[in-house]
Write a protein that binds this ligand. Structure first.
Ligand SMILES: *Cc1c(COP(=O)(O)O)cnc(C)c1O
Length: 476
């Protein structure tokens, strides 16, 4: 498809106002050459963006089982409340914005209740930003308690890539521990890794294989006994929200991805929110301000003292994402939150069951909100890779699952259906997966050329990521 510049026709424009009759005085700093702007009519522009929109794939187009991402349907009512002028048009420096403070305070209370934490900050703008913030709390804690030598963070090999990255960014040394046979934490390896230099452990439970680690209390006990703190990567809370709480598993600090589990659309680089919750002993180190209730019940934002790690972002983070999360929680109510988790787990197990027997699953028993397939056998036998399968699914109107993650599984495809898909959608998805499998067996060669019906088939993904062409160049 053509870019706006390629569609441009000299002299065409969409101005409807009469030409200005006031004499124009060029400022001294005026550019020497005319700015290159596309010249188009309003119709051209409107059609251009509509055409672009038609070439994308989102949750509103079809099944989007991207694992470790929670691509769920987000109720439109969340957008309605977030667009209320009192929320959308307020300036962050405006006084007397008690309603907004109330949103933050209430969301903090609800999310602390769900996670078993005592306090929360909404400053971090995404999950990885939350990880960095949480690790900064842990670092501050050790420094202010006379243990600056605790500089190692233990991370299992199944962890999301952001965990070791955030640890390194925070100045910690990463200690990788291999998983046990069952995909869970190897307790012996954990004990060996723990020592006087341990700052803490970062863990996701259920882990990225979709398995709930039943030894979790023992795991956090081992780390605490060694003097470390436990960080819970709560990006994907879908499987456990309202059922078990990280705080009760022994974690001291967590982040959530409001743009995954708590109903803000994500995937297009839009605003996210990675609030960080902690137990009360870490609260003084939180960034930003504390929202307190005066005696007469009015709310006030108070700065924190010098123990705080300081601001990690301007103002109060991506506030409107918090409005959406709160709307979502109020809509669901106390009964609805665990139902989300139950249905997310049910849907994952249902789909896994339909694929098992044809595809090789990594999770043998019951999974949580997601499961992992390995195409290792298929690759050896036919040369068809996990990537080929993922590409072919696009011809069936399905967004590819997460590919080649977790790293400890070869030729991995990670599938997370979420609670918002119906049985009919899951049945149709299973049918598509099975037909792609049959296609791979019958005609492996053709699989390398899929998708056959999408606007772009096989872009050079490395070049597209490393050297994106984002500028139009001109001859003059
Ligand atoms: C998505 C995800 C993250 C990172 O979140 P971002 O908002 O993309 O920075 C961290 N951990 C896990 C387990 C995730 O799934």
């Amino acid at each position: 498809m053509k870019t706006l510049f390629e569609r441009s026709v000299a002299g065409r424009c969409c101005t409807v106002l009469p030409t200005c009759d006031v004499e124009y005085k060029a400022p001294a700093v005026q550019r020497e050459k005319k700015l290159h702007l596309p010249e188009l009519s309003e119709t051209d522009i409107s059609r251009h963006y509509t055409e672009l929109a038609k070439q994308t794939f989102g949750v509103n187009d079809g099944f989007y089982p991207l694992g470790s991402c929670t691509m769920k349907y987000n109720p439109k009512i969340n957008e309605v409340t977030a667009a209320l002028p009192g929320f959308a048009e307020i300036h962050p420096l405006q006084d007397h914005a008690e309603g907004c403070l109330k949103v933050l305070k209430t969301a903090e209370e609800y999310l602390c209740e769900i996670t078993g934490m005592d306090a929360m900050t909404f400053q971090p703008a995404a999950g990885a930003h939350g990880e960095l913030t949480g690790l900064m709390l842990i670092k501050r804690y050790h420094e202010l308690n006379g243990h600056p030598e605790r500089r190692k963070i233990i991370v299992p090999d199944s962890a999301h890539g952001t965990n070791p990255a955030s640890s390194a960014m925070c100045g910690f040394t990463v200690v990788n521990i291999p998983s046990a046979e069952d995909g869970c934490v190897d307790l012996e390896k954990l004990k060996e890794a723990c020592g006087e230099d341990t700052a803490g452990l970062m863990l996701t439970n259920p882990n990225t294989l979709g398995i709930f680690d039943r030894n979790i209390r023992e795991i956090t006990r081992i780390v605490h006994e060694a003097g470390g703190l436990c960080y819970y990567d709560g990006a994907n809370l879908n499987a456990v929200m309202g059922i078990v709480r990280p705080g009760d598993m022994g974690f001291d600090c967590i982040h959530l991805n409001l743009h995954k589990s708590f109903s803000t659309p994500h995937g297009g680089g839009g605003p996210g929110s990675g609030p960080v919750g902690c137990k009360s002993f870490l609260e003084p180190y939180l960034p930003g301000e504390k929202i307190v209730s005066e005696e007469d019940g009015t709310l006030k934002a108070e700065p924190r003292d010098e123990r705080s790690i300081g601001a990690v972002r301007s103002f109060r983070g991506n506030f409107l994402v918090v409005v959406k999360a709160l709307t979502y929680l109020i809509t669901l109510g106390k009964e609805g939150v665990p139902q989300v988790a139950e249905n997310a787990v049910l849907n994952a197990n249902y789909l896994k069951h339909l694929l098992e027997g044809t595809y090789e699953t990594v999770n043998k028993g019951v999974c949580m909100h997601e499961f992992v397939l390995t195409l290792e056998g298929m690759k050896k036998e036919t040369g068809v890779s996990a990537m080929d399968i993922a590409k072919a699914l696009q011809d069936h109107g399905i967004h590819p699952p997460t590919m080649y993650f977790p790293l400890n599984v070869h030729e991995a495809l990670m599938i997370e259906p979420t609670e918002t898909e119906s049985r009919e959608t899951l049945d149709a998805a299973a049918e598509a997966f099975l037909s792609v499998y049959a296609q791979a067996k019958a005609d492996p060669e053709q699989m390398h050329h899929t998708p056959l019906h999408s606007p772009i088939s096989r872009p050079d993904e490395v070049t597209a990521a490393r050297h994106p062409v984002l500028r139009q160049t001109f001859d003059d």
